[in-house]
Design a protein around this ligand. Structure first.
Ligand code: PHE
Length: 345
């Protein structure tokens, strides 16, 4: 009786396994025949109450049935797993002969190319990069740079005031004061690239927002020869070995003496052309020896320490470098403009 039932179960299991079409169905079949609650297993536990001969015979039959079912299940499992993988691979097949998706590569704005180049040149000379706030106190933008209230030099740098004492910085020079104070009367050698703001009518050469790189060196025995040598090296690295510089006397309230620095025109090699308006030179920056008042106000004894400072207009350098005719092009984000400079960069 029991033996027949075992054979029936075995027969049933063979059919079930044979017809299983996927791994899920196979798992159900495995549960049906081999789980603790399966009929085969309950027959197994019923053996305890059978006679010794019966137990031996039935035990063997049960074990064989169980073994065969397990083997059949495992074989089928392998077949179905392979089938599932094949189907998955087929579904995910990529047609490598299809044309790919093309992505347009962006171009670095020549403004940033030039900022990075200038920064690299000065890093190579041992300068460090410093930063300061764009929203600045009148104290740092003017007072500590020897431009007291009502000083006529303020007119040249009219700006956007947040309130009476807070404004958008008109130049990167306030970072000079911040850095001098932060170094507690010790040496300083920094450059500071950053945005600056002035109340200006925007045209081809003016913008209410532009950028500068400030430079400041403070130490014992610094003289104007250091300023000239530093800027000459910068000019040659930036514009080419053949470029010469010229220092012209100028005026800034925070430097004394003050200079404008010109380089020989790259277009005509200093002979005179339309680009340099016949002079052979193009102005690239302002600078000078740090004014004793500025040293004093920011914690230095001008009898012991001296220094030089300079300010470079970044857009101006980029315009000269790439022959760009309108400063506004830097800010418009027109890809046609950017792509032209991608190749050069
Ligand atoms: N801050 C000056 C300007 O904006 C440039 C400058 C910087 C001049 C440092 C001298 C020293 O025009």
């Amino acid at each position: 009786m029991v033996k027949e039932r075992i054979n029936e179960i075995l027969e049933e299991a063979r059919k079930d396994i044979e017809s299983a079409n996927d791994l899920e169905a196979l798992q159900e079949i495995r549960n049906k025949y081999l789980s603790k609650k399966s009929e085969l297993m309950s027959l197994m536990s019923a053996l305890g109450s059978a006679s010794p001969e019966e137990r031996k015979e039935l035990g063997q039959a049960l074990n064989m049935a169980k073994g065969e079912i397990a083997t059949l299940l495992n074989e089928k499992q392998e077949i179905l797993a392979k089938k599932a993988l094949d189907e998955k691979l087929k579904k995910e097949e990529i047609d490598i002969t299809l044309p790919g998706t093309s992505y347009t590569r962006g171009g670095k704005n020549p403004f940033h190319v030039v900022t990075d180049e200038i920064t690299e040149i000065f890093l190579g000379m041992g300068f460090k990069v410093a930063e300061g706030p764009e929203i600045e106190q009148d104290l740092y933008n003017f007072e500590l740079l020897n431009i007291p209230k009502d000083h006529p030099a303020r007119d040249m740098q009219d700006t956007f005031y947040i309130n009476e004492n807070v404004l958008l910085r008109t130049h990167t020079s306030p970072i000079q004061a911040h850095e001098m104070q932060a170094s507690n009367g010790g040496p300083v050698r920094i450059i500071c690239p950053g945005k600056t703001y002035r109340r200006d009518d925007d045209d081809a050469t003016h913008s209410h927002q532009f950028a500068q790189i400030e430079g400041l060196v403070i130490d014992k025995d610094i003289n104007i020869g250091h300023l000239k040598a530093t800027l000459e090296l910068f000019a040659k690295k930036m514009f080419g070995e053949k470029r010469e510089i010229r220092l012209r006397p100028s005026y800034f309230p925070f430097t004394e003496p003050s200079v404008e620095v010109d380089i020989t025109c790259a277009n005509c090699d200093g002979k005179g052309c339309s680009m340099c308006k016949g002079t052979g030179y193009i102005e690239i920056l302002g600078g000078g020896m740090v004014h004793p008042n500025v040293l004093k106000m920011n914690g230095y004894d001008p009898e012991v320490y001296s220094g030089f400072a300079f300010g470079i207009g970044i857009e101006r350098v980029a315009i000269l470098r790439y022959g760009i005719d309108d400063i506004r092009k830097f800010y418009q984000n027109d890809v046609r403009f950017l792509h032209q400079y991608r190749k050069k960069a």
